[in-house]
Design a protein around this ligand. Structure first.
Ligand code: NAD
Length: 280
């Protein structure tokens, strides 16, 4: 087992979050226990799942089998769109916790704002209730645009601890990150490797060759040095381990700039302003 763990950064509620975590989107349930076990052995302590991924139960099995004390782990799941609303959120949370097999969660995220439904404020009020009960340590959101954040803060008086958004060199979310900095919200990057599409990019490859590192490691460093929380996904044991092996080198300002020059506003996922999907 790795002796070095990811550094953590403080959140606006007094808790802290490991900057490098392991994401399990699209990891089939049959592969999830093995993948999460491999990640925990490699040193990851922060695991990012979601009710919608259909692998909370297998994630929980790997956590239980690891024998790692609960207070050394950082577990995150997300409320799926179909469950938005106060009472439905409380019920969905209980089901997620049963599947994960834990008695408190480190971070609960509203998966998408779904603005047409106009339920994210009631949903977040239920999150605040869960936090007040001590069942969730930190509450946050995902895929929220500035207007959704403003509406949420105005209505509830609570600033989410985290906003997890699509973020990679082609979509660096510069304006949103400025809004986060102003409000005190931590920025978390999903699709940090461009869902794999940036791993053969020539600009990233040039930096990787200069450092004798993989392109994935360089992209993960780019996120960490920008101040993002980052949750790359892989099911390959060597890649899971090498993606975590990023704390012994540093990108220069010019490395950072050449990767940041890839910004072309390209979004891989749906637009949160119009996304209105409750299926699975
Ligand atoms: P990612 O950018 O992490 O890319 C994953 C892809 O890169 C996979 O195909 C994987 O096989 C490949 N890969 C990873 N490491 C590699 C390596 N070292 N060498 C070669 N290939 C490698 O994309 P992602 O999984 O979409 O995002 C990461 C996590 O973010 C997810 O697992 C999930 O937890 C979260 N996420 C959240 C949302 C949301 O709406 N909140 C949406 C998508 C993903």
């Amino acid at each position: 087992m790795s002796s070095s763990l990811s550094p953590s950064v403080p959140l606006n509620d007094g808790n802290s979050i490991p900057v490098l975590g392991f994401g399990v989107f699209k990891v089939p349930p049959a592969d999830t226990e093995q993948a999460v076990s491999t990640a925990l052995q490699a040193g990851y302590r922060h695991i990012d799942t979601a009710a919608m991924y259909g692998n909370e139960r297998e994630t929980g099995r790997a956590v239980a089998a690891s024998g790692i004390p609960r207070d050394e782990l950082y577990l995150v799941t997300k409320l799926w769109n179909s469950e938005q609303g106060y009472d439905s959120t409380l019920a969905a949370f209980d089901l997620s916790m049963d599947r994960l097999g834990i008695d408190y969660l480190d971070l609960y995220l509203v998966h998408w704002p779904m603005p047409k439904r106009n339920k994210f404020i009631d949903t977040f009020r239920a999150f605040a209730h869960l936090r007040d009960q001590g069942r969730v340590r930190s509450i946050g959101v995902s895929n929220f645009e500035p207007e959704h954040l403003t509406a949420l803060v105005d209505a509830t008086g609570i600033v989410p601890a985290v906003n997890q958004v699509e973020l990679h060199p082609r979509l660096p979310q510069t304006e949103l990150r400025e809004v986060h900095a102003r409000l005190g919200i931590a920025t978390e990057a999903w699709g940090p490797l461009g869902q794999g599409s940036l791993l053969t990019n020539p600009a990233v490859t040039a930096v990787a060759e200069r450092h004798g590192r993989t392109t994935a490691q360089v992209l993960i460093r780019w996120h960490i040095q920008l101040g993002n929380i980052v949750i790359p996904k892989s099911v390959n044991p060597e890649r899971i381990a090498s993606n975590f092996d990023v704390f012994d080198f540093e990108l220069s300002e010019s490395d950072m700039a050449s990767i940041s020059s890839l910004d072309d506003g390209n979004r891989l996922g749906p637009d949160p302003r119009t996304f209105d999907f409750t299926g699975r």
